[in-house]
Design a protein around this ligand. Structure first.
Ligand code: 5PN
Ligand code: ZN
Ligand code: ZN
Length: 268
């Protein structure tokens, strides 16, 4: 297995209600949670998994989520801390296209892009209750056009340079970097398992489980397309963690996030 480094890129934070974090359970009240992206490095090969939220988009469309994001917490700012620019990232994999996971995609028109084969079609034609989740369409000219939101098309973006290679089921994108198909939260949601030569695997739940408590209680977020699939996916994540003795990383868990190693530190 090649030497793999994993960097967690701090993307700032948002606020939602406790009943959205813990569906039908709560408790109610404002919860501020972190948003981050994951940079996987193998020699000169770099893959970014998710790209955080776009501050201006959130202020325009969901200001009630009270976005906080410094310059250092933008994608270019976070990469600059590593001496990198977006051009140094050749591959982008989006776990799904909720706005807090694709807001920085506009910096990666040059990159090879992957997602589940059903996620772009879903962003083009979401269920009515998914419109807020799939509100930042700047990641795809095709989606902007399908939704009549061509004002969101970023400078320089075309159908061609915002095209995704759609994948299906579990896929090993780089050696030891396994994307795990965990539908439910969204139709084509992926989690990620990263194996190392010399350390325990890292298992990123992404939005299959916002927090440790979500996974422990099998309580998914209020935002989902198929809650039955969501529970099945959480059970699968639990089983994978056990099978591989993996260290779990949650997508939106402020308490655990405080303890994570953040870039420029890394896991290897
Ligand atoms: C943070 C956040 N806020 C709203 C939505 C939504 O409507 O679908 C997903 C989502 C979020 O992750
Ligand atoms: Zn999501
Ligand atoms: Zn999310």
């Amino acid at each position: 297995m090649p030497d793999t480094k994993v960097y967690l890129l701090d993307g700032g934070s948002l606020v939602i209600d406790g009943y959205h974090v813990y569906w039908n359970k709560g408790p109610a009240g404002e919860v501020r949670f972190p948003v981050y992206s994951i940079l996987v490095e193998q020699g000169d090969t770099r893959m970014l998994v998710d790209t955080g939220f776009d501050y201006d988009h959130v202020m325009r469309v969901l200001p009630f989520e009270k976005p906080m994001q410094t310059k250092e917490q933008t994608i270019p700012g976070a990469l600059a801390k590593l001496g990198l620019t977006p051009k140094d990232v050749g591959i982008v994999f989006n776990s799904h296209f909720h706005f807090d996971h694709c807001g920085g995609n506009r910096f990666f028109l040059h990159a090879k892009k992957f997602c589940h084969r059903l996620e772009v079609p879903q962003a083009c034609n979401p269920e009515v209750f998914e419109h807020l989740g799939y509100s930042d369409l700047a990641f795809s000219v095709e989606a902007c056009e399908a939704r009549g939101m061509t004002d969101q098309i970023p400078e320089g973006a075309t159908r061609e340079n915002t095209r995704f290679e759609g994948v299906d089921g579990d896929v090993e994108i780089l050696p030891g970097v396994h994307m795990i198909f965990t539908p439910g939260h969204s139709i084509g949601h992926y989690s990620m398992l990263v194996k190392f030569a010399r350390r325990r695997p890292m298992l990123f739940t992404i939005d299959c489980a916002y927090t440790q408590k979500s996974l422990e209680t099998l309580c998914q977020a209020g935002f989902h397309i198929d809650p039955v699939a969501g529970v099945r996916s959480m059970r699968r994540i639990r089983a994978l963690a056990e099978e591989h003795d993996a260290e779990l990383f949650y997508s939106h868990d402020m308490a655990n996030w405080q303890g994570y190693r953040k870039a420029p530190e890394f896991y290897a």
